[in-house]
Every structure is written in C-alpha cells, then in structure tokens.
Write a protein that binds this ligand. Structure first.
Ligand SMILES: *Cc1c(COP(=O)(O)O)cnc(C)c1O
Length: 392
C-alpha cells in the first residue's frame, strides 16, 4: 500500500501541512479559536452579516412555516416556495432574467461548467481561478486552456486560434489576490470570438458595485455581456449556498443538465428566506461598504509604511505577500502570539514561492481593530525572516 503517513510527514517538513482550528461561538471578528480569544482577520464575512441579528431572526421566523430539512432534491419534491422566492430575489438583485439556487459555490461551478461544455469543446480558465472552477473544467472533459492571469491579449490569441464551442471562465474578484478581473475587456473579446463568458463573483457579491450588486454590475455589464453570473451566499451575504444567474435559457438548461443541482438534496428552505432578508440588508448597506473601504485604505497604507508587500487590490482581500511557506507560517504564528488570527495561504492554493498572509477586512471591524493589527505587524517587522524579501 502507498505510504500515506510518510506523505503527511513530508508535508509537515515542507511547511505545507494543513490544520483546522476549532472555533466556538458565532463568526465575528472576536473569535475563540482552539479555546483562545483572537481578533480574526481571515473570514469572508465582509459585511459582518454571518451573525446579523436580523438574518437570525428571519431564519427563526421562517422555521415554523417551512420546517427544517430540504427532504428531497429540487426535481423530486424539494423545490420549496422559499427557494423560488430566493431565486426571484437573486435575479432581481443581479439584474438578470433568472437565477438558480445551488447548495454551495463549489457545486455551482462544478455543475454549471460541466453542463455548458463537454468533450470536443474548449474552456479557457484564468490561471488564478478558484479551485472549484478548475475542477468544474476538468469534470466537463472539455479541452482546458489556462491563460496567464488577467491577460486579455493572450486569451484573445488563444480564442482566435480555436474552433468550436468556447467558454471563458474567470473569478470576478480573485479570491487569494483581491484584484478584479478585466471584465469589460473580457466581455468584448468573448463577444468578438463567440465565446460564452462565465464570471464567478463569489467575493464581489455584496461588496462591489452599486448597492453591493457585485463586480459585474460595477463594470456596467449586462446579461448579454456576461451570460452566466455565479455568486455565492456564504461570504458577504452571510448565509450559505450559491446561484447561477442569467437568461431564461440558462436556468432551464441547468435544471436539465447540472448534475450538482439535480442529484442533491435541496437546502433547508428557511435558509433561503434568511438569505432574502440578508439581500434586503445588503442593498441598504452603503454605510457598511463605506466603512469597509476606509478600513481597506487604512490597512493598505499602514502595512506598506511598515515595509510589508501589499498586493494590487482595492477589495477587502488584502494579502501580504511573503514568499516561502515557512516564512508565511512564521508570520501567522507571530501574529497569533499577539492575539490575531490571520491564516497563511500556501501552495497549491497559491503559486509556488507566493505564500502569503491573506488578510481580509470586514465591516464588523473597527478602525481601532485595524490599527491594533498594524501595530502588531510593526512590532513583528524584523523578527520574521524574509517577509521583506518579496517586497524588495
Ligand atoms: C469560496 C469560493 C467558491 C466556493 O463557494 P462555496 O459556497 O464556499 O462552496 C467558489 N468560487 C470562488 C471564487 C470562491 O472564492
């Protein structure tokens, strides 16, 4: 038998061993992790809605009406009025004709991509796309071509040299870098080369664009420009699940073909109603988004002044590029000793030599929280080997 235990030991030596922390209590900046109180800067709860009293109340109020379990798949008898209501709300929120509710973003990407392309087709995938997109591409059995991150010219050359059915897929906001895809240019070349554009806006949803409607609407792109818009509900929306939104044909087709939609139990319907409530909150949450932007600016200028290598991002994802995995882990541990939880992100989640601390900010943070983190980063500064190397 293959020596799995030895592989685990090797991972530890390489600084690549992954460990889960045990969180108790609600998700919010003040966390208890492995029994220790820490100030967290690594969740995707960008608007502080994961523990929002209004959302929790909406869930509680929905439960007596819907019961708890989903009980069956949507195509058997699981498709509840509450799911239908959420789909209509999501279509309206994203200014699309229709939306289909999936259980997770991972399942949405797997199901959507493998439904829309197959053997003999070609799918073009940004090098830094989320793992669930890559897995969706692989599952589809289409030819997979990865293009250099954000490189529209390289992508266009690939598209021009390819016949047959073509699909281009990109993160809206890149999950580990925080930068935004060149969406307008992508839409233009997809139109020119008759390629279907899919945007996964997991990290833009709720945060970017007018009333938090996402990076696709921030770029002013219509359903004709971006026919397939994917969003997730477990990040800024603060609940759980995901969706694909677009023309009527898209949702109809996915109901026929998307296996991760068809062969799974419907999510608890009450959760769909809590999500509708959260979307109402998000539309009216410009104050939270304004506060978040000021936190981002404060953090960026402070971290840069302290000699850290901030990346080119204006979103709440503010990674500090470190380089080597061991060094990223050391920085994360040093921060933990000072009372902060910031996870080190290492290969294969990010490319070799680009390990980083993925700092994320939330509207639930205060300016004082950010200042405390910056103070700790200044104190740690020179103690951690080669964090400055990448910025040199
Ligand atoms: C988190 C994430 C997903 C997965 O969504 P889940 O609902 O957590 O499964 C998909 N795409 C991107 C870009 C993500 O960041």
């Amino acid at each position: 038998m293959r020596d799995f235990a030895a592989e685990i030991e090797q991972r530890k030596r390489d600084g690549l061993y992954r460990q889960r922390r045990l969180i108790s209590g609600a998700q919010q900046p003040e966390l208890t992790a492995d029994g220790k109180p820490l100030l967290s800067f690594c969740s995707n709860d960008y608007l502080g809605l994961a523990n929002d009293a209004g959302n929790i109340e909406a869930l509680r109020n929905a439960l007596p009406r819907t019961g708890l379990g989903g009980a069956a798949s949507h195509l058997v008898c699981g498709h509840h009025q509450a799911h239908h209501q959420l789909e209509q709300r999501l279509a309206e929120f994203t200014q699309r004709s229709s939306a289909l509710f999936f259980s997770t973003g991972y399942m949405a990407n797997m199901g959507v991509i493998s439904a829309l392309v197959g053997r003999g087709d070609t799918v073009f995938c940004d090098r830094l796309n989320h793992a669930s997109i890559v897995d969706g591409c692989l599952l589809s059995r289409a030819r997979l071509r990865r293009y250099p991150h954000g490189d529209v010219a390289a992508l266009e050359a690939m598209l021009a040299g390819t016949d047959g059915h073509k699909l281009v897929v990109t993160d809206g906001v890149f999950s580990m870098d925080g930068d935004v895809a060149p969406l307008r240019a992508l839409a233009r070349i997809c139109r020119r080369h008759d390629a279907l554009l899919v945007v996964d806006d997991a990290h833009g949803m709720g945060v970017s664009g007018p009333q938090g409607r996402g990076s696709v609407l921030e770029a002013g792109l219509s359903e004709a420009d971006v026919p397939v818009l994917i969003g997730t509900l477990g990040k800024a929306v603060g609940t759980s699940g995901a969706f694909a939104a677009g023309p009527q044909w898209l949702t109809e087709y996915l109901v026929q073909k998307a296996r991760t939609y068809i062969y799974t139990t419907a999510m608890p319907p009450a959760l769909a109603l809590a999500t509708c409530h959260s979307l109402d909150t998000i539309e009216a949450a410009d104050d939270r988004r304004d506060h978040l932007r000021s936190l981002v600016e404060r953090f960026r200028s402070g971290a840069r002044a302290a000699g850290y290598c901030v990346m080119d991002s204006s979103t709440p994802i503010q990674p500090l590029l470190v380089g080597q995995s061991h060094a990223a882990l050391a920085l994360s541990r040093a921060l933990e000793e000072q009372g902060f939880l910031v996870t080190a992100i290492r290969p294969p989640t990010v490319p070799q030599g680009q390990a980083r601390l993925r700092v994320t900010l939330s509207a639930a943070h205060t300016l004082a929280d950010v200042d405390q983190l910056l103070d700790a980063l200044v104190r740690i500064g020179g103690d951690v080997p080669d964090h400055a190397e990448a910025s040199a």
